[in-house]
Design a protein around this ligand. Sequence first.
Ligand SMILES: [Mg+2]
Length: 406
Amino acid sequence: MKIVDAKVVVTSPGRNFVTLQLTTDEGITGLGDATLNGRELSVVSYLQDHVVPLLLGTDAHRIEDTWQSLYRGAYWRRGPVTMAAIAAVDVALWDIKAKVAGLPLYQLLGGASRDRVRTYGHANGASIPELFDSVRALLEQGYQSIRIQTGVPGLKAVYGVHASGAHAANPTRLDQRVLPAVEDWDTGAYLRHIPSVFEAVRNEFGPDLPLLHDAHHRLTPIQAARLGRSLEPYDLFWLEDCTPAENQDGLRLVREHTTTPLAIGEVFNTVFDYQTLVGEQLIDYVRSAVTHFGGVSPLRKLFDYAAQHQIKSAIHGPEDISPVGMAAAIHLDLAIHNFGIQEYSGHTDLTNEVFRHAYTFSDGHLHPGEAPGIGVELDAELAAAHPYQQAYLPTNRLQDGTVHDW
Ligand SMILES: [Mg+2]
């Protein structure tokens, strides 16, 4: 079975998504997500200009060989653009293989290890009352685990707090260009405020609700150690991305000072980014996305490595992972033994029309469905009706104007 066609589809049904569609000489199609938020078109070029010419005529069943030849053959390894492109090929080939088998992908990964996939949702509010409303709304939707993000007194716009009201940070428009929104930051104010937020949430919602928090790579190791320790009375499910992820050694210092569980890895692309963290058991959850880690094949290997150190999965799943990437994640979540939790925010109705999917969400849990393959179909006409829109992630500056990690 040969690959005879490979199309890269860019669509923006509210936000940008990049999808690779492979077709075989038997007329079977497979989809892979290649969305890299804020740098989408670089992956489009990587695929169209450099990968598609290599794929045409190759055996669609040779997933591992194709992966290795794209990874090793380019000489230039790793990095988010390269690994998003390879991920799209890997997932599209798994989609094809599972369709040929007439089975949902999770069956080819060993079958279900659980009945359903636990998720967490994102609650946020500029103030404590707004945050409580957001938590209540998620509980009504069925969520049973919740990430907590709030505004910080004195700061105008903070990561994870939805832009609303007078303090929203919006992208600016200059000539024909859209420039990133600029948020602001003060680590001292944040560290003083956050423990009181979790105290308030525990008092309102009780001791049993699993709570998560994302520091978005903004703290030094010693600051992160202080935060982890100050949050211990509130029994977090995890503290996420507490320090800049490039410095694996920094997590050692955090770990020495706190028993708050740690999660990291959404910006990682390969197992090499985890060697110290997993090998020395410095974290509790690995956070990489199928979409940015080279696909299902390498992420499965990472989870097997993590399992040797009692570390669990927590696949990255915000709105900028397309339903194609989300579907692949849910199949993997269902199949692996050391599943931890799945991030899930859902998509807009329009996005769900462009990408019709078999996976379902109820009672705070996902299931991939029983459709052969990953269970997603792309509506090409509707996708084409919503072309690419230039967009950036926000940037972040300290109050004196210094650029900070965002
Ligand atoms: Mg995060």
